[in-house]
Design a binder for this molecule. Structure first.
Ligand code: SUG
Length: 430
């Protein structure tokens, strides 16, 4: 059962605006100068590595940014260039939201339930409403359009619009799946938060999680509360402190509100369940959040499982020491560590796991995915050339009021669509 990885190509407008309260990396880098070209090349290098490991790799596209539709809806008017300048003069934070390249973190694009788990034996995808953060709440229409195009074959796929925005839903970043073997029915974990009176918001509402499980017809769904302490430590999504693959749960000891109940349930329900857990005494929650060691892509590869980690995990001696023990321990299938430089995305709180949406598919369903969203070496080469030619080298906060930069970013995205053979009208764009 191949697992397609759909990475978000980092868009030309990637910048550091500090928009996400509770995301410590993003807020501490607010106002820094970003490097969109480097960011996109780092993301493409990750896609190339995953393909080289024998895992099918595809991409989702950056959205059309800056989103002048958002600014017009907020009452700004006039021709595009003047509108941008005026809006930036009056409300630079709103304009920063309109520029956000946050669609790159496709773990937040949707929640995916593979066919083996669902009542009608189709793969179900519900687009996330991302309602908690203004800059992310604008993503879902663009994501829905892309997923409806990529997964148009209704014999295999059902793509659902988001659940109502009254209940925040952050997609696969708060969803994990454990299964005894490829093809077996899985247990799906829908992790949500509460964090009453805390400094940081819990972004995933339990009702959104329950609604997605219901819509998908998931037979074995568990609603699992996140530990408030994890949210307070900066785990704004559960995938900052846990990731699962096959029968393996790779997590921090303090990720969940009731760890014992969860471990008991998984031991009962998943044959061969394997817990790989970092004890708080060895790796603190703060270590986990600053190193993003659990925001790894945990992949099934030949000979076992591989972890794709950000360089920050290797840079932390405590974390790296613990990881060495994990790969040497024959009790778990994690056999190799791959370390990547994803610094540009990491500085906005997006690690290897944030950058990809996993879609488990039968070989037949994989063949039904629109091939324009799939990658081979030639296409990766072409995308690298395209990014080198069109993506801005840097963006500083004041650049967000510059209409020339807007024109450059729009031209870059048009060139990308042309390179992939996707007409704007297919995405509902003019
Ligand atoms: O939603 N950062 C993203 C990072 C998302 C990471 N995704 C997962 N954990 N799956 C977020 O907080 C920062 C953008 C800014 O501040 O400009 C941002 O949106």
């Amino acid at each position: 059962m191949p697992e397609l990885q759909l990475d978000g190509l980092v868009g030309p407008t990637h910048n550091y605006a500090g928009l996400s309260l509770g995301n410590l990396a993003a807020t501490s880098n607010a106002g820094a100068v970003s490097a969109p070209r480097t960011a996109a090349l780092q993301g493409l290098a990750k896609m190339r590595l995953v393909r080289a490991l024998g895992v099918p790799q595809g991409l989702l596209l950056p959205h059309d940014r800056p989103n002048l539709g958002l600014l017009r809806a907020m009452g700004f008017a006039g021709p595009d260039r003047e509108l941008l300048r005026a809006a930036h003069g009056e409300d630079p934070a709103l304009v920063a939201a309109a520029w956000s390249a946050s669609a790159m973190w496709t773990a937040n694009a949707a929640t995916v339930s593979p066919a083996a788990d669902t009542a009608d034996r189709r793969t179900h995808l519900t687009v996330a409403n991302l309602a908690t953060m203004a800059h992310r709440a604008q993503e879902w229409p663009g994501t829905l359009a892309q997923l409806r195009l990529a997964f148009a074959d209704t014999r295999h796929f059902a793509v659902h619009a988001p659940v109502p925005a009254s209940f925040g839903d952050e997609g696969a970043a708060n969803h994990m799946r454990l299964a005894s073997s490829a093809g077996a029915r899985g247990v799906e974990l829908f992790v949500h938060g509460v964090n009453p009176g805390g400094r940081f918001p819990a972004r995933q509402h339990v009702r959104a999680s329950a609604a997605v499980a219901r819509r998908h017809g998931v037979a074995d769904a568990l609603l699992v509360p996140q530990a408030d302490a994890a949210i307070e430590a900066g785990a704004f999504h559960n995938d900052v402190v846990a990731v699962a693959n096959g029968p393996v749960l790779f997590a921090h000891e303090q990720a969940f509100a009731d760890r014992t109940a969860l471990v008991e349930a998984l031991t009962r329900q998943v044959p061969g369940f394997c817990l790989v857990e970092a004890p708080a005494g060895e790796v603190s929650l703060d270590d986990a959040v600053s190193s993003y060691l659990f925001n790894a892509a945990l992949l099934s590869v030949e000979g076992g499982m591989a972890l794709i980690l950000p360089g920050e995990a290797k840079a932390s001696p405590r974390v790296w020491r613990w990881l060495q023990r994990v790969v040497q321990d024959p009790a778990n299938p994690i056999a190799t560590l791959h370390v990547l430089d994803l610094r540009e995305s990491m500085r906005n709180g997006g690690g290897p796991a944030c950058l990809r949406l996993r879609v488990q598919l039968s070989a037949e369903a994989l063949a039904a995915v629109d091939p324009r969203f799939l990658l081979d070496e030639a296409r990766l080469d072409a995308l690298e050339r395209l990014v080198e030619r069109w993506w801005p080298e840097t963006i500083a906060p004041d650049d967000l009021g510059n209409p020339d930069l807007m024109d450059q970013c729009r031209a870059a995205r048009r060139a990308l669509l042309a390179c992939l053979g996707i007409a704007p009208a297919e995405l509902g764009e003019a």
